[in-house]
Structure formats: structure tokens, C-alpha cells
Design a protein around this ligand. Sequence first.
Ligand SMILES: [Zn+2]
Ligand SMILES: [Zn+2]
Length: 147
Amino acid sequence: MERESDYRERLKKSGLKYTKHRTAILAILAQSEPPLAAEQIYLALRERGLPANLSTVYRTIETLAEKNLLKKRSLIGDSRVLFEYNRAHHSHYLVCLGCKKMLPIRRCPLGDYEEKLERETNYTIAGHNLDVYGYCPDCREKGHRGN
Ligand SMILES: [Zn+2]
Ligand SMILES: [Zn+2]
């Protein structure tokens, strides 16, 4: 678990000045497993007693994303842009198309495949995106069946 001083250090290394909101946003996203939308970050800041207006929240997360402290993520069937803390390891999710719940997939299934692809193509692979979609048991019970 990272501490406030770690977030300060990250800001400094990225050439960003320390602000309470920047630090709090990093902490909120580092503590949240699934990525969050700007509106959810806005609400989490209020809960922490650090209210900011939505346009400030947008501006702050864009700044943090530009410096690669946050990663952007988008999901099929969801118009929102989600933000996640840029952790040392990357993550994949099983996403419910009904309720948008995101279940982390613990093990990356693509490690061997990347190596194979590098050998085959002589590219240097830098990363990948993968999310898997479906309907969770709750939504399936409510009648969603998928295609
Ligand atoms: Zn669901
Ligand atoms: Zn992966």
C-alpha cells in the first residue's frame, strides 16, 4: 500500500506540483481496484472532505493521465472514459454488459503470446489491451442472456 509521501514523490518525479487534490485523486485510484469515471472520482473527493467542481476534477485527472500517472480505459457499450492508477503490473477485467461491474482477471493470459509474436514479427511488444465481456450471474437472473 502506498502512502501519501509516495504520491508526493510520484508527482515530483513527473514534474507536477503537489496539490491536495492531485494527491487525493492518486490515492483514490490506487485504492480502487476497478477504474473509475470522473464523476465517481468527484464523489470520492467529496467523501474525503475535499470537494472540487467537476471541471477541476476533469482537468486534474487529464494532467495526471498526460504524465502517465493514470491510465485511461474505455469499455464497449460505455461512453465514459475510465481512469486507473498506473500500477507496476497491468490488469484485465471481466466486464458485465448489464450492470458494468468489473471483475479483475488475476492472471494475464497473453504473456506467452507476446513472446511468440515478438519472435514471429521482430517487433518489440510494449503492451496490450484486453477486457472480456459478458453477463454476471445477477444480471443473467434478471433476464439478460447475451447473444
Ligand atoms: Zn451484471
Ligand atoms: Zn495482460
